[in-house]
Design a protein around this ligand. Sequence first.
Ligand code: IPM
Ligand code: MG
Length: 364
Amino acid sequence: MKTYKIAVIAGDGIGPEVTGAAVEVLEKAGQLEGFGFEFTSCDAGGCAIDKYGIPLPEATLDACRASDAVLLGAVGGPKWDNVEPSLRPERALLGLRSGLGLYSNLRPAIMFKELAAASPVKNVDTMDILIVRELTGGIYFGKHGRSDSVETLSDGSVKGMTAYDTEEYSTAEITRILKEGFRYAQGRSKKLTLVDKANVLESSRLWREIASSMAPEYPDVTLDYLYVDNCSMQLIHRPSSFDVIVTSNMFGDILSDEAGMITGSIGMLPSASLGAPGTPGMYEPVHGSAPDIAGTGKANPIATILSASMLLRWSLGETAASDRIEKAVRDTLADGFRTVDIAASESDKIVDTAGMTAAVIERI
Ligand code: IPM
Ligand code: MG
């Protein structure tokens, strides 16, 4: 029997609960489609700080590199709010993304019609957006630091310390992610929107120049441009008109939370982080570690279950198993099962994390 190697980084807060759910779902789908898994559990984030004093042990990176794919829960929490910035739990995530070369972050935001009532936006009938977020460049990885600069401001006050973070993008980095955007648009409804701030930022202007020079290579794709502030408004105003959005690291981070909420809950949004062919992809929910509900059974496991489904499709090529999981999630929602974050009507069957997982598994 074919066996896939999966590194599982449960992380902090609700991370262990939601990755546990996804592992059960993967096992069930594998059983039915005739393949198995070897799961290796690895430490990263706050729990790694507690054990080893660092958020991302080298052994975790090595285990990820030796796997076919990585499944991650979430990292971080108030417990580690006061640790030195270079040792924060979030550094684990950034270290995994850059260490594994995962430059392309796919964040599909799909409105399930069953959840329309849970959306804070009125009358969203359909929404099926793919956000392609650049993941290893931009302001997240640009020069940053602090300097002491003494300067008198116009009101007479003296400026002391200055802190800076820089947004830098090279032609190669931009071209690489735009290619992904065009390719995904070709496989969908052939509409690509580049989201930037080209009216202000030089880096955004370079993104636009490169995108327009690449467009003739993809004559079947309609490319348009939108400033990020306008995009955040249009996402609320006309969510169904978007297809593929390609954007920088920071703008993609912000817009994917917004798109997630339109679907009813950020607890519904999966993601895939991919690199060059041959590198293991990393799959994680878009939501965070939600320390306030950790251990209460309130966590919605669907984002991680759908991330597991993306793992099957994008890293393992197991499309039948991936389809099974997606359909099972749809059926579970259609049958009325809801975790509290997506509950909106009296007829809902409210379940906890384990109840939702069991309902999905039953329908696989
Ligand atoms: C995300 C998260 C991370 C990010 C944080 C936790 C570093 O918000 O994956 O969207 O900003 O990329
Ligand atoms: Mg985010």
